[in-house]
Structure formats: structure tokens, C-alpha cells
Ligand binder design. Sequence first.
Ligand code: AMP
Ligand code: ZN
Length: 466
Amino acid sequence: MRLYNTLTRKKEEFVPIEDKKVKMYVCGPTVYDYIHIGNARPYVIFDTIRRYMEYKGYEVNYVQNFTDVDDKIIKRANDENISSKEVADKYIAEALKDADGLNVERATKNPRVTEEMDYIVDMIKTLVEKGYAYEVNKTVYYDTKAFENYGKLSGKNIDELEAGARVCVDNDKKSPMDFVLWKPNKPGEPKWASPWGDGRPGWHIECSVMAKRYLGDTIDIHAGGEDLIFPHHENEIAQSEAANGKPFAKYWLHNGFINVDNEKMSKSKGNFFTLRKIADEFPYDVIRFFILNGHYRSPINFSRELVIAAGNGLERIKKCISNLSFLGLNSKTENISDKEMELLNNCSRFKTQFEESMDDDFNTADAVAAIFDFVKFANINADDNSSREFALGIKNKILELCDILGIRAETDEKIDSEDIERMIEQRQIARKEKNWAEADRIRDELKTKGIILEDTPSGVRWSKKG
Ligand code: AMP
Ligand code: ZN
């Protein structure tokens, strides 16, 4: 498995610190509103990478934080006359609902800043003691000049950064590049006690602290959107490596941005969409599939046409799966033929194609193409004469690949007796109206769910098969 490491600017072979285990930290959203369509990308992409690693036999410890202390949260709380905690609780629940919709596996742990305050204060204390941070007027700053490798992730040179920085507005800082680790709260803001007085932490420190607490001093993968490379991740490295005296993360992965109609999404431009709003129009599964259709490091453009096209593609896969179910359940041939056996063995090439794509820096676009090739193969080779084992064998092999990408290609085939009775009734109505096509369609739909109808003199009887 090779992945592009932002830190070294090249593709590298993935070698975990500990055999078959992956410690992965992904920066999560600031919870002051519903997550937007851009936030959906890291959710889907890093979930897919995790799924692929699990498929490859790694045990992934996946930590993603929620930033629940922030100016925007405080503003929203004041506007709505509720507490910051109420705002955060609400939008954490909503973010998880969206993530569930996108079929994102739950993280091993979702730490929240407000629950980690003692550990945050501890790390800041360590940084002060070790000479990497200083206090001025109850505010603690990170001393970027004290950290030798500042700029190594983003490839920025600290002297150039400093020269390029506009007039330093904050006169208390030694250098314009220094950043806040702790600051006093303003009246009405949430606050916590610290050796530097009551206040709250800056943004960057939380991820250093949570990664250490839940994954250890050195982690395998640190991930997030590319906007986080500088300054957020650069600052995380400076904090963690200075405090722990060890390398922080071995591999840094960053997703490209989702733009809307080829423009950067922003509230002021009016092209800003929450995922919830988009999900009113398109199923979550289609949105996930749309995201997987691009390589995670390339920018992708969100437009209705492209999402509709993704939806059509997904439909093609679903149709093939449902057709294979139908053929399997209704096949008259139980035993697989030699020719079918050979064809089935041949299918391993699609899996190889899929794995080669994913092994090459998680190229989900090519992995999806492998699934489409497989679907084409199924459509050509499975028909009414196929054996049950062949049809269902291909189906399971396609589903296995879909599952690695978190694509739900099998329509829910569970059906309760009430639904069955209702559909039988609709079929009877269609028959009375001599609408044979509709009557057949209903019978076939039931068949794909394993329900077989039998017309008897005393009415329609149904039974479950498979
Ligand atoms: P935020 O709540 O802005 O801190 O973002 C949470 C995650 O979403 C981070 O990993 C961001 O880098 C990522 N992100 C934010 N906007 C976009 C976007 N338009 N496209 C892709 N990723 C984004
Ligand atoms: Zn972070």
C-alpha cells in the first residue's frame, strides 16, 4: 500500500509503527452548524481509507475530534440565548446523523475539547517548562522560533513567513508567527481554570492533546482537509514534537477541496450548502458515491449535473446486484457448470484491479472503474440459464468490493408480511384492470426479495424462498 505523504511530498510504502495496527487521527468539524458538503469529503475519504486498511487486515484505531469551544459556537449560543454546550451538543448529534447517512463507520473515539481541559493545560505547562511557550498578560503563546523544524510540513520557511506577515497586530507576541495556546476568556464566554488565569485554549493545541491521549506520542496517520496543512497541522507538529520529544505523525494525508460550481464555497457568495440540504435532494449514498468518483487529493466540483451522473452510475451497480439476486433465487440450475466455474475464477482480475487502484494512494476513482468493469462482465455473463451458485457468487464478489468503499449496493431486501400483502393487493388491482405489465412488475419485484406468488383458486398464496 503506497500513500502520498504531505510531509515528504512523495508516495511512500505504508509501514505501520506497530505490526498490523494503525493509529489514525482525523481533524473533525467545529460544531456550530450542520456540516457542509465540503466537510462530507474528509468524512467519506478517510472512512474509506480506514475501511480499506481494515480489509487488508489492519486494526485501525480511528480518532476524530469535535471542536466544541470556538468563537463561532459562542456567537451562535449568544444569538440563540442558549449555552455553548447546547449548541455543540446539538450539532455533534447532527454531524453524527449525517455521517451515519454517508455510511461512515463510527470512530473508535470522538473526543471533545471541553472534556480534555486538564490534559490541554498539562501539555501547555510542559511547553512552557521546556521553553517552547511563553506567557504575556495571561495569554500563552507558542514560540515558533524555538522549534527548529517549524515549517517542515507546509514547506514554508519561517523567516520568509515572518517577512511576509503583515504588521503584527498583537504586540505581545515575540514573532508574528507565534500562536495562542491559552487565552483569557472575555465576559460571558465559557472558561476553565489554568495556571495563567481563567480562560480557554487556542484551536491547535486540542488535536496534539487528543492524539497523544488516545493514540500515543507517535501516530501512523494524521489526516484532514488541505486547508489544515498550514497553520493548523504545522502547529500541531510544533506542539507535539516539542512537548513529547518524539516524531508526531509518520504519514500526513490531506484531501482536496470540494468547490461549488467551480468556485470556493462561502456563505457570502451564496454557494454554501449544508449536507442536510443536499440530502433533501439526493440520497446520502449518491453523495458518498459522488465523492468517491474523484481522487481524494484532486479538487472536485460539486454541481447538480455531476451528482445526478454519479446517481446514475450507482443505479447501474444496484440494478446489476438486484438482477443477480433475481437470477440466483429463480435459477433452475443448482450446480455450477465448468464454464461458469472458470468465469467465476476469472473474476479475481477485477479484485486485483480494484486492489491495485486502492494500493496506489487510495485511487477510489479507479477502484470504482474496476467495479463498473465487473458489473459489465456480470451483465454479459449472467442470464436466465445461469446456475444459482454462479449468479450469487458474482453478486457476492461485487458486493465485497462495494462494501470496502462503503457503497451500499444491495437494496434492502428485507420485507415484512404487511408489505407483501399490500403489494399482492396492488397486483390484484392491476390484474383486474388488465394492466399485465404492472402485475408482472410487482410479481418480479417480490421475486427479487425471495417472495414467490402462487395463484390458486382460493386466492394468491405467497412463500419465501432462499
Ligand atoms: P472545519 O469544520 O472547517 O474545521 O472542517 C472540518 C474538516 O472539513 C477539515 O478536515 C477541513 O479541512 C474539511 N473541509 C472544510 N471545507 C472543505 C471543502 N470545501 N472541501 C473539502 N474539505 C473541506
Ligand atoms: Zn486538528
